[in-house]
Design a protein around this ligand. Sequence first.
Ligand code: ZN
Length: 467
Amino acid sequence: MPELPEVETIRRTLEANYVNKKIVKVEVLYERMIKSPLDEFINKVTSSTISSFGRRGKYLLINLDNGYTIISHLRMEGKYFLREINEELSKYTRVIFTLENGSRLCYEDVRKFGIMYLTPTTKVNEFEEIAKLGPEPFEIKDASYLHKAFKNKKVEIKAALLDQTIMTGLGNIYADEVCFKTKINPFKKANTLTLKECEDILKASVETLNDAIKSGGSTIATYHPAKGVDGMFQTKLLAYGKEGKKCPVCASTMRKAIIKGRGTTYCPHCQNVALVIGITGKIASGKSTVTKLFKEKGCPTISSDEIVTNLYKELEFKKKLIEMFSPEVLNDDLSISKGYIKNVINLNPNKKKELEELVHPLVRAKIESFISSHMNEKMVVVEVPLLFEAGFENLFDVIIGVQASSLTQINHLNARKSLNVAKDLKLNESSQFDKNAKKCTYLIDNNYSLLDLRMNVDKLYLLILNS
Ligand SMILES: [Zn+2]
């Protein structure tokens, strides 16, 4: 999707080529694109002369000499092309403006998401979508404006930067660049930013957008008449799209997370973003102990077993289990009988699958919300026995596999007073851990004393911190 710099590039290109050109004919091939009355659009635009091209945020403004303006938004992939008199039109042409010399300025749009709207030039700012736009970074003279606006925003700064009602101009690409340049943790809540941080953001926003405009926007060939505009800026991006690459400043691995549904790339080291650790292993391998040792180091931790236990207490979830299994799933005290569920799913693989399809997304959502509320820490640790079975690998920056021999497992099970050690050990057979152990970033061997384990965790903690 074109961002502000691309639209500005298009504006400049159109301005250089089409000012003072008379439009002798307008053909609308896709009527739903025109959001104002079609007859009026055609009547007013026909025989008018283009006086200038303006821009407000990502809206392109085609100002006509008769006091009207066409507001044009390219949305996903709208483009303007010049088609000469004998040139064949693209099948994606939606609006044709024929000029006096017979050449045609064509609006082409594969996905037809773009819109055009005709309004008196004096009323452009009243157009609903334009009216709600905040100022562009270039127009903000004092960062205290941002500081004040962010005070009411309890969302992540990345999300606040994308909120065009506060400041218009940064889309997903440039918001990542601005967070990276200012070394601000994109998960940091907007209302906790200092004035100095807001000053840095404003400065970086102006610089980043200016750089992008200078390089002609980052979308390759947004505008492509005879003198096409090719974006060269993409090679200059520092953060966006660099997941897995080395940070250009500190050489740590760049990571990607989702903030309010948008991919966000950052350097965990430069921007002080928590590393997300998943701990997994077979039954009674010592995962909980390892998790506890990380907790002692000050890391926020959560276990998915704990999440499931709480889930079983939720009324909505209970209703779904009753639907899935029958009311027999309830104990006398109306709690859920895990024993009953275990028996049914052991006998019926389809029920097992159905249950997993219900539980895994709910657990995943709770884990994601826990992680995102702790991204200002150094590390956040999640214990997930079924990490591989549930396909949760991509939630974590680092996966620690805890390994234990069956003798160690038996000792642990006896120590927890397991009622049926043999049955518990049978879970090893369905565990996907051994098969996936190579996917773990680190393996920790838990066949020795607690002191050994503690020393290993200490070492690992430092190793992860400095990776
Ligand atoms: Zn870095």
